[in-house]
Design a protein around this ligand. Structure first.
Ligand code: NAD
Length: 246
């Protein structure tokens, strides 16, 4: 039987690369996107060509009603869930803490932390009801370790929260054979840097990476698929760095 995987923020970047690799590895897919339907359709078409059944699940993970709608779609289409990739995430413009206002901080934590926790909660409820175990991978960031002073302290703090949440949830559900891990990408070539107002950020900082280059979304996707797979059957509560040594 094919396993079913929900990926949030799957219309671009790491989420899209993870969807394609998961399709290749035999998963059926529920692909969440926030607003970019056209890109999501393209990702879905590529996954279907690789043999996956795919359903698109629009919704903003910061909105609890949208999360309920995403899971209604998963339940209706597949009636089960084996894997979750909690990938949707945002950065904002580089700024010092003294320049950050309540709205910015609220949105950052609503999407990156509260959204991720509520999406994971719904996955756990389904995996526990099925009694078949499961795997959850949360996208963290190397920023959780670095702090990102003068840039994205809010983003870094949101990802540190994800690391801690990963550890705690992993312990809560380990006896149900649900594994929960996090993956910290380093400097990966996606549009997230442009959305944060610095389109050249990954290239500009690539000299600070021990491997002297940026990473690709596909390299991160391979880490995610390892954590989801049976190869990681005794790995839980841990965080994998995919950072070229950074
Ligand atoms: P990206 O901007 O290319 O893709 C992020 C995806 O999440 C987009 O499809 C976007 O529409 C979606 N999204 C954002 N907010 C959403 C919301 N509220 N609801 C639903 N979907 C939403 O970014 P990416 O680089 O592919 O990032 C993927 C994950 O990896 C994020 O969690 C990010 O923080 C993390 N990450 C990326 C890097 C990097 O260098 N690219 C480094 C460390 C961590």
């Amino acid at each position: 039987m094919r396993k079913v995987c929900l990926i949030t923020g799957a219309s671009a970047g790491i989420g899209a690369a993870t969807a394609r690799l998961a399709a290749e590895r035999g998963y059926d897919l529920a692909l969440n996107y926030r607003s970019d339907r056209e890109s999501a359709e393209r990702v879905a078409a590529a996954c279907r060509e690789l043999g996956a059944s795919v359903v698109l699940c629009p919704g903003d993970v910061a909105n609890p009603e949208d999360i309920a709608a995403i899971y209604r779609q998963v339940d209706k289409s597949f009636g089960r869930l084996d894997a979750l990739v909690n990938n949707a995430g945002i950065v904002d413009q580089a700024a010092r803490v003294t320049e950050m206002n309540h709205d910015r901080l609220r949105r950052m934590f609503d999407v990156n932390v509260i959204g991720a926790i509520l999406v994971a909660k719904e996955a756990v409820l389904r995996m526990q009801a099925q009694g078949t175990g499961g795997a959850i991978v949360n996208l963290s960031s190397v920023a959780a370790r670095l702090g990102s002073a003068n840039q994205y302290v809010d983003y870094a703090a949101s990802k540190a929260a994800i690391d801690t949440f990963t550890k705690g949830l992993a312990e809560e559900v380990a006896a149900d054979n649900i594994r929960v891990t996090a993956l910290r990408p380093g400097l990966i070539e996606t549009d997230i840097h442009a959305k944060g107002g610095q389109p050249d950020r990954a290239q500009r900082l690539s000299g600070s990476v021990p491997m002297q280059r940026t990473g690709s979304p596909e390299e991160v996707a391979r880490g995610v698929l390892f954590l989801l797979s049976e190869d990681a059957s005794y790995v839980t509560g841990t965080t994998l760095d995919v950072t070229g040594g950074r």
